[in-house]
Design a protein around this ligand. Sequence first.
Ligand code: DCP
Ligand code: MG
Length: 385
Amino acid sequence: MKPRRIAHLDMDAFYASVELLRYPELRGLPVVIGGRRVLQPTNQADGSRRFARLREYAGRGVITTSTYEARALGVHSAMGVMKAARLAPEAILLPADFDAYRHYSRLFKAAVADIAPKIEDRGIDEIYIDLTELPGDTRALALHIKQAVREATGLSCSIGVTPNKLLSKICSDLEKPDGLTILGLAELPNRIWPLPVRKINGIGPKATEKLAALGITTIGELARAEPAALQTQFGASTGAWMHDAANGIDERPVITRSEPKSVSRETTFERDLHPRHDRDALSEVFTALCARVAQDLQRKGYLGRTIGIKLRFEDFRTVTRDLTLPAPTADPVAIRRAAGECLRRVALNRKLRLLGVRAAALTSSDPPQAADGSPQGELPLAAPI
Ligand code: DCP
Ligand code: MG
């Protein structure tokens, strides 16, 4: 069997970097992204924009991320905005725009998938990629992926490539931003063992503290520790896992998951409902199910073109009907209307046990829409390089 080549790709200062695409004048400055409730920048009479500064902030908000310039001042993810303001009062503070981040997340993943389709999605800004079966030199392949991400999004990322997920995750962080770290097992003692144990994904603050009490602070010390001692302290499986991890052993495969094919909601009634006598109650549930499906679609960033219903009668007979719309939608009213049409095509001559609504033929809801429904405009859909 070929030795595995597993990559971990993580976007650099992701939310902040997306914001810099629409506010390029902020490049090189300490910039911090807060929550949604932070003030939007305003346009000034001279055509420039006015941005909020950290020192102007009062509230209990938390930072989601910051540019590397802000990190140099000690400002990091998960820090309170007020605390960050004491460290970097002049840093720019921007509100988060999750729709934009999801949009760029999809763009970079699609760009990678064109080159290397075996991808495990690990969240908004990171993926594992199995490069084992692809032709070509590892460094050339990784550089090609980085370039494709930059062309599709205007953003930089960092990649680690090693024989497994555990080491690649550590390596993608070693040369951030815009890093590329390729490592074989032979380099474990040099490159990985000097690092603190918390660099292992899965060793959190509590385990770090417990290990420190055992005199173990580096991954190398953990690798040389007695497995039995670790098992006494952490239990058999965690202890064994830690020892393996420190020795660079991790056989987990890259798990590719496909996009969902449909979004659905259904409910089984507490008592069977009669189509005529319980008409109002049924109608209310039906509308609520449509609203839930619409919400699910919006939250996940999808539109559905085929709307379907499912009915189960008191005798457990189940029927489904669906209808394909001229254009995909995530609108509760449009979904309710289509589902209503489906319902009219069923002979309702028995009591109902269950009612369900489904949206299928899903597509992505890009471009992102502002909260008022107007297109967002300002943000480039794919930034130039
Ligand atoms: N994030 C968040 N809250 C946190 C950590 C992260 O909301 N406590 C968000 C903002 C980040 C994104 O998730 O931009 C990705 O998280 P990362 O840990 O990868 O951080 P960054 O991409 O911002 O920076 P790095 O360059 O270190 O990867
Ligand atoms: Mg990141």
